[in-house]
Design a protein around this ligand. Structure first.
Ligand SMILES: Cc1cc2nc3c(=O)[nH]c(=O)nc-3n(C[C@H](O)[C@H](O)[C@H](O)COP(=O)(O)OP(=O)(O)OC[C@H]3O[C@@H](n4cnc5c(N)ncnc54)[C@H](O)[C@@H]3O)c2cc1C
Length: 463
């Protein structure tokens, strides 16, 4: 009797779970004996990495249908640097992957997205937590074994250069080597490692706040292990996905995305960018990055007035549980947030004087063309209405990182690539792989984790 093929998967998020389930199904379909183990560093109950905390918007029109122009969008967002073949395979396999997830108990709907329109998106009802719960259940039913509290640390190879094992620190803290015919790395980026953040994003990277409790768990182990085993680096090592959040909140992902409808000032009460340059998902990375790296104190303030409260469903764009600072005058508001009142008043006066457009054109859901006068520096290209109707409101904002873009090279079969081609027995999927350049494409991170996780599992069972 042939021994069961040992498949070891590192990571319990979307990529790891789709890989585990797909490997088990492929093995059953081809009558291959497999022994599948998922290694997860966190404890059972808090497992799931970033996937657990994501609202999980996915760039499809419906589970069975991608939006037209998907691949072109992926290339445009990276100024042509993204690997076209990777995104073509993603596009080709996305609908089948969503339908497969549906068959495992995950229901999708078309969500409302903050306030602004944008590309069509679907969302699992219940967000990423539903993916973690339902795929864990399905994988357990399929015989996949889960080991929690185990930190993967290194890969082992045999004399012919094929992966032969995974070294871990087990739940008792002891070193252990698990024999493996195949290892699938699905253990995320390097955002949880301050030294790597500093090295690749620059000084100050090490103090970035993590956007959710699951984010810190991805501390670059998988990338380092794969690199030591000969994997090529890929992706944009200076790239990350970062969003503006309310630093007062203790909750996960407390984004505040109403700032385009007012102005944003720094600690000296000066504006520093065009708050109306684009829809939030088009500019939040650049904005949040500049808060952290370029603004004194790495904190800024969105300043609004009571007109915010008249915007239909404005609360959808505020995920902080802490209310805005609120005052009857700008000077009082400035005292509350600790910035100079005279300067704030002067900044708002200059801004208001440039808001001469017809405010009836205001439309929070799309770029409304309501621009301030050209003399305003920096400009305000959309949603430029005077801030004049008390109470005045302020939200502090900092940048919080969700994931990094630099990672390891993989092909369209999710094989990890070394300098001379695929490394036998090694696959990877999700955040650990380096496939994003420039701005992270909106609503694609979970999608690619699921699609390539499933491919990795399938191929691992076949290889
Ligand atoms: C708040 C938030 C909002 C987001 N919103 C969206 C969105 O709307 N749409 C979208 O597409 N993406 C979104 N993302 C990004 C997306 O959630 C992630 O990129 C995606 O879920 C990554 O999946 P993954 O399986 O690769 O990694 P993860 O889900 O992070 O799983 C990695 C797992 O590996 C484990 N691990 C790490 N190192 C080791 C080790 N050495 N040994 C053992 N285990 C290890 C971790 O504990 C974790 O469980 C968001 C992320 C966050 C945090």
């Amino acid at each position: 009797m042939t021994a069961a093929r040992k498949i070891v998967i590192v990571g319990h998020g979307a990529a790891g779970l789709t890989a585990a389930l797909a490997a088990s199904e492929e093995a059953r379909a081809s009558n291959t004996a497999v022994d599948i183990t998922v290694i997860e560093r966190s404890a059972e109950g808090v497992h799931g990495g970033n996937t657990r905390f994501t609202p999980c918007y996915m760039r499809l029109e419906a589970p069975e249908r991608l939006s037209p122009g998907f691949v072109d969008d992926m290339m445009a967002v990276s100024s042509g640097k993204n690997d076209c073949a990777y995104f073509e395979t993603l596009a080709a396999e996305a609908p089948a992957t969503m339908l497969w997830m549906q068959s495992h108990g995950i229901e999708f709907h078309n969500p409302v997205y903050y306030l602004s329109v944008g590309p069509p998106r679907i969302q699992p009802i219940g967000g990423g937590e539903t993916i973690v719960r339902e795929l864990t259940r399905a994988a357990k039913e399929a015989g996949v074994r889960f080991r929690y509290g185990c930190l993967a640390e290194a890969l082992e190879k045999n004399n012919s250069g094929r992966i032969s094992g995974l070294r871990i620190s087990n739940s008792d803290g002891h070193p252990e080597t698990i024999a493996a015919d195949v290892v699938i790395l699905a253990c995320g980026g390097f955002q949880g490692d301050p030294a790597m953040l500093r090295e690749h994003l620059g000084p100050g990277g090490e103090t970035l706040r993590m956007i959710s409790p699951g984010t810190r768990l991805n501390a670059g182990h998988g990338i380092r292990m794969a690199r030591s085993a000969g994997a090529r680096a890929a992706g944009d090592w200076r790239g990350m996905h970062i969003e503006p959040i309310d630093p007062r909140s203790q909750g996960p992902a407390p984004v505040v995305l109403v700032y385009p409808y007012g102005i944003v000032v720094d600690i000296a009460a000066n504006r520093f960018f065009d708050e109306g340059a684009g829809l939030v998902h088009e500019q939040w990375e650049e904005f949040a990055r500049s808060i952290h790296f370029d603004r004194k104190g790495s904190e800024v303030y969105a300043i609004l007035d009571s007109r915010l409260l008249d915007i239909e469903n404005y609360g959808r764009a505020i995920r902080s549980e802490v209310p805005a600072y609120r005052a009857d005058t700008l000077e009082e508001l400035a005292v509350m947030i600790g910035i100079p009142g005279v300067s704030l008043k002067a900044t708002v006066d200059v801004y208001n004087a440039a808001c001469t457009g017809d405010s009836a054109k205001f439309d929070a859901t799309q770029k409304d063309g309501l621009a301030a006068e050209d003399c305003l520096i920096p400009p305000k290209s959309n949603w430029a209405r005077a801030i004049e109707r008390p109470p005045f409101l302020a939200y502090p904002l900092i940048g919080a990182i969700a994931y990094t873009s630099g990672g390891i090279a993989t092909d369209t079969n999710a094989r990890v690539l070394g300098e001379r081609g695929p490394i036998p027995g090694l696959f990877a999927a999700g955040e650990i792989t380096g496939h994003f350049h420039g701005t992270a494409p909106n609503a694609v991170a979970v999608l690619r984790a699921a699609v390539y996780g499933r491919i990795a599992g399938r191929e691992a069972a076949r290889s």
